[in-house]
Write a protein that binds this ligand. Sequence first.
Ligand code: TRP
Length: 451
Amino acid sequence: MKENRGSFSGKLGVVAVAAGSAVGLGNIWRFPYIAGENGGGAFLIVYLIFVFLIGVPVMLSEFAIGRRAGCNAYGTFKRLSPKGGWWLVGLMGIIAAIMIFSFYGTVAGWTLEYVKKSICNDFVGQDDAALAQIFGDFTSQPVMPTVWMIIFVALTSLVILFGVEKGIEKVSKLLMPILLVLIIAICVRAVTLPNASKGLEFLFKPDWSSLTFKGVLMALGQAAFSLSIGMGTMITYGSYIKKDTPLASTAIEIATCDTVVALLGAIMVFPTLAFLGAESAGGPGLVFITLPAIFQAMPGGYIFAILFFLLLSVAALTSTISLLEVPVAFLVDEFKMSRKKATLLSSSVIIFLGVFCTLSFGLLSDFTIFGKTIFDLFDYTTANIMLTFGALLIVIYVGWFFGRKKFIEELTAGGKGNVKLAKFISILVKFVAPVGIGLVAIGSLVIGGIV
Ligand code: TRP
């Protein structure tokens, strides 16, 4: 099976593609609103600790086993450990990928609408209340948000069908740096707005009393979500990494890119929010309300808005590609399905579920399970429960069952990379990450009383 798999062209290619998966709506859309709802500065510190002490080890565990087995998320476990129920971890990952794409597609669809709105100059002269109204009016409609979501899933399917590796690699290498430049320019404007310091204070001055156990769990869930770990995206991508690429430094670079973009995302949002006079909070509409406000306060804001939402859609696309690749690789490898059939089947299921997520902001807004709309339920359950649990099982598997020698071999590409670093990471994988994730999970269940 290994022979006919494509592969990324060396280390820069891996970093570009995996960072393309990691950097997406999770950084720009989800991070600011989750950080805002959970206290800002204190949340941020916990988040950073989780990214590097837990996230990087989990990512490396995924890369290592994926490359070793040369296989999809489910098949990797099945091949490395035919006995025992480890394949269930892979299967849960495939289900998580489908669920994540279902609600992610809704938000990705919004970004397409916002490209259109930017072109039509719909935001000009609107204050924050009007911008919130525009957002609410659009997302609560039944038809257009659904159409955009379907267009987005279809676009992703097209990329998946027409050669993944070289396509995503090129797009990620070319467009992601442009997005970064735009974001930095927007940040410069954000921090020079009147009142910006209040927003920055909220983000960088930790107020520990505002952090709850639930907030800690959400920080872990957000770290997993943002790094695309805990469900097999990185296992699947690991299977495309060449044998001579040392993994350890690769993962650190990816996590750094991802974290920088998340931080910049928050630096765009919170000063703008302070400028608008709104407190914190915001919910899923946060960036869609604050960013149009900042574009109006920028010279060339019209062009900025169009380019920004366009590139944000591309960033979302490089992420959804990595999500769709998980069930597709599974169906192709395990059921010998053609790529075309596998893509059609997976995207149909995603669109079906996606319709319910999209309608959660309108027609189905009163339909709740455990007090959450379907969108919120998918968002909350995947990030905070499935990814967290998946990450826990993956580090337990690699730390205690896969074999330390093999793991270090993979991390250093057979001794080429930094061996000391690899040994340190193997300790994180074996002890620190499982204990850390376990404590957060137990703590939030017992003390936080959340399920
Ligand atoms: N990390 C992506 C983002 O931040 C979303 C994503 C892509 C993802 N693949 C994933 C999340 C796998 C969890 C698991 O936008």
